[in-house]
Design a protein around this ligand. Structure first.
Ligand code: GLA
Length: 380
């Protein structure tokens, strides 16, 4: 893909580009915890966006997307929210301009194999890749965390999803065969080897993509904030659900909308689960780790209500199989993939089981991706 993207760039723009490879991500556990100052356990994967890019000495930016075979241009003095994939590029440019960093027009070809809307964070990959490319081309000297924060801000202001930092962080900090535990409050992180040759990380795509996912996401975030507000009236030191306990939540239960109570109960439990899961990972206990993944799914489905019947069905299929240590919906929810830890020698059996059962139930064959953990954004 790198080679064909480069060649296409040379055909379209007639010069040699800089190449940037920007991966998607998985998250083993810790869902909807990032914007609650909790912990996450993501990793960058082998699905990626590839940029071929060069400055053009004008005020004009032109981007050709291989996936839609579409070329779009915008001028640096008119960077404002719009529709479609170009919005992610413009969001990044806007945020760099906001910080007073020098900007110049550029040409790029964008290719990729991260399925859109599958919960593997193609948007963070588009954002992170462009920040890293412009950092290199214009010599900003940003560090990876600054780049991640710029990508996150771009997502908030242009597509308008009030996301946490997990996706942009994972995209820019990934390391081959390592998962990362990020403390989303302090932004401190640690790498842990994910060294289980007898298991594979298998993503099963429900092929469902809800257009309301981003507005529902923002509502979840507000509900968490509402819970914090109520708890803070009794416990002034509580800044976010990270600081709250189940006992504190119980104290204010009567004042809370039952939905808000459920959302907060899920998040408080999930923040703890990431801590427990990290210990199990270090101890090499994937069986117990998998049980926590199932518990996360249960919470996401019943309390946080970000699942859909298709995802619940995929997880119920996983539960029937001995070769699966654990499974759950991954990412924001309302569609996308489940993440499954599957015994390596049974992966083929598992895939045919999932595909035939899912087809029988929903009339469509889910795509399945057997992923590997890879480095984060790489500027070649
Ligand atoms: C999306 C967001 C992330 C995170 C997850 C849920 O991927 O972009 O910040 O909140 O959902 O864990």
């Amino acid at each position: 893909m790198i080679q064909t993207t480069r060649e296409q760039f040379i055909r379209l723009f007639g010069k040699e580009p800089l190449i940037v490879v920007s991966p998607g991500r998985i998250n083993l556990i810790g869902e909807h915890t990032d914007y609650n100052d909790g912990f996450v356990l993501p990793a960058a994967i082998d699905k990626k966006i590839v940029y071929a890019i060069a400055l053009n000495g004008t005020q004009q930016c032109t981007a050709h997307a291989v996936f839609t075979n579409e070329t779009v241009s915008f001028s640096l003095d008119k960077v404002q929210p719009t529709k479609g994939w170009i919005n992610y590029l413009m969001g990044v440019v806007f945020q760099l301009q906001e910080r007073g960093l020098p900007m110049q027009g550029f040409d790029c070809v964008v290719a990729g194999d991260i399925p859109v809307g599958a919960g593997m964070s193609s948007s963070a990959a588009v954002e992170g890749g462009l920040v890293a490319a412009l950092d290199k081309l214009l010599g900003y000297g940003l560090d990876r965390m600054q780049m991640a924060l710029i990508g996150q801000k771009a997502e908030h202001t242009f597509p308008g999803v009030k996301c946490g930092i997990m996706d942009q962080f994972a995209n820019l900090h990934g390391k081959k065969d390592q998962v990362m535990r990020l403390d989303c409050r302090s932004l401190a992180y640690e790498y842990f080897p994910f060294n289980f040759p007898e298991y594979k990380v298998v993503l099963c795509n429900s092929m469902v993509h809800h257009s309301l996912a981003s507005s529902a996401y923002n509502v979840r975030r507000q509900q968490c904030e509402e819970g914090v507000k109520a708890i803070r009236l009794k416990h002034a030191a509580v800044q976010s659900l990270r600081d709250a306990s189940m006992a504190m939540l119980e104290e204010v239960r009567a004042q809370l909308d039952p939905k808000v109570y459920d959302r907060c109960a899920y998040v408080i439990a999930e923040i703890q689960r990431v801590q427990d899961a990290t210990q199990l990972l270090q101890a090499g206990d994937l069986a117990k780790f998998g049980e926590l993944m199932y518990a996360t799914h249960e919470g996401l489905s019943k309390l946080y209500e970000v699942s859909v019947p298709e995802l619940d069905f995929l997880v119920s299929l996983a539960r029937q199989r001995e070769e699966v240590a654990g499974a759950r919906l991954m990412g924001g929810g309302f569609g996308g993939c489940t993440i499954n830890l599957v015994k390596a020698d049974k992966v083929d059996d598992y895939i045919s089981f999932i595909q035939s059962r899912y087809k029988a139930e929903y009339g469509k064959v889910p795509e399945v991706y057997v992923t590997t953990i890879q480095d984060g954004v790489t500027v070649l």
